[in-house]
Design a protein around this ligand. Sequence first.
Ligand SMILES: Cc1cc2nc3c(=O)[nH]c(=O)nc-3n(C[C@H](O)[C@H](O)[C@H](O)COP(=O)(O)OP(=O)(O)OC[C@H]3O[C@@H](n4cnc5c(N)ncnc54)[C@H](O)[C@@H]3O)c2cc1C
Length: 481
Amino acid sequence: MSIKYDIIIIGSGPAGFSCAMQSAKFNKSVLMVEADPDNLGGTWINTGTVPSKALRETARNIYTYTSQFGKYENKKPYERFKMRDLLKYKDRVLENENSSIKKDLIKNNVHTARGYGKIIEPNLVEITDLLGETRKVKADFILIATGSRPTKPKSFNIDHKVVFDANSILNLDHIPRRLVIVGGSIQALEFATIFAALGTNVTVLNEEGEYLPFLDPEIREEFDRIIYQMRISINNNVEIQGVNNNKLRNCTEVRYTKSSDNGELKVIETEVVLHFGKRTPNTEGIGLENAGIELDDHSFIKVNERYQTTCDSIYACGDVIGFPALASASFTQGRLASCDMFDIPSKDTSPNIPFGIYTIPEIAAIGLTEEEAMNAGYKVTVGRTKYDRLTKADISKSRDGLLKLVFESDTFRLLGIHIIGDNATEMIHLGQAVLYYGGDIRYFIGNVINYPTYTEAYRIAAFNGVNKVYKSGVGYDRILE
Ligand SMILES: Cc1cc2nc3c(=O)[nH]c(=O)nc-3n(C[C@H](O)[C@H](O)[C@H](O)COP(=O)(O)OP(=O)(O)OC[C@H]3O[C@@H](n4cnc5c(N)ncnc54)[C@H](O)[C@@H]3O)c2cc1C
């Protein structure tokens, strides 16, 4: 136990990685402990964010090609494309990402230890390696960034052959003809559109009353229309009774009831089932009790606004602290935790964080919805444009989409941006910058925007918004002053 580090980080996902990099840039000695014997990067690189987006990219390309040129030899994508080729593409991306994270850690002199990390005291971590050997390491600070894992379903088992979860779905060896997804989360809907784009017949059984309840109602309406076109069927308020193999009919059966149908038992036949329930934070067995670290009512680690736990020398970031449980937010949290530990002032981060949903097409938003803005007492006007008004969308044949700007009628100050359509997750960041600096929607009219682009939607929506203000009796001299 001779070495003492400035910081030990348990977990190498985005929260741990960004904290390690920031701490190294502050010239601190950093040890990162990772339980996975093969890979660094956690759910972010190995089982969640990156692999699902790599598969999505291939599915979207196939979908776009099919929409632009029609079906090739009248074949469905699953008759033409092999899952192994799609997964090969994903594997290449994972290899690159894994190698790049390793290079970054080495270049910045971050030490790594393969093994299971457990807190023994507020400044002491025990690492158990694959062979069961243990060693103890000291540090001034500890960051818990152990992430989360899929929660097991209550009424059926995941066998990883026919019934999959988030960790195993990317081991599928073929594109299924029929897929039932149990869950209504962001990732459940992302996978629903990925497989529908590959020609799979997809049914979503959502145990909640609504899916993505935080969406702006107009964006949801557009999404409903799009998924209807993709033949995805979504059932809300469902209770799964069980999943079983029907040997006679050579299929898998999902049995469920729906509260609106008086509890009548329904059976749906499928080839593959994918479960996407809530995620369980990885907080057991890591010694929280040895440092007096408390959990909140939902079993997430309690932290203050600086990501410090109830033990002064220990911080926690990422999925273990709950909402928003995104790689994007985890990167920022890890960096801010490092700034706080080492007393380096960091520029304030806006409480307004964007979300990006990688369905096909994408959804993204930041700031207030129209309803939230009105409830907050603003006098609100909305400027919107459908994607079918955009030359770029016409050229790309992806005319499904909508961009909506919510702004204060008197000042034109931007309050929220809501987008569904191709490139939404990229485009949101232009609105985010204007929002952050307290700008107004006339920015999108006064500045030249490349043409043809999807970003042009901002200009058209801004014109739509100012025209509404004009029609309410405000002169153009005042509008464009
Ligand atoms: C299918 C899917 C798609 C997603 N898509 C997106 C997306 O598009 N955009 C987005 O922003 N987010 C996305 N997410 C969410 C994102 O992946 C997570 O929010 C993010 O990875 C959480 O980061 P983390 O650092 O908290 O933990 P993780 O990335 O889960 O990493 C935790 C690491 O800690 C290690 N560990 C655990 N316990 C120990 C221990 N005791 N000792 C040592 N090591 C330990 C684990 O092995 C793991 O490597 C997606 C998630 C899933 C499942």
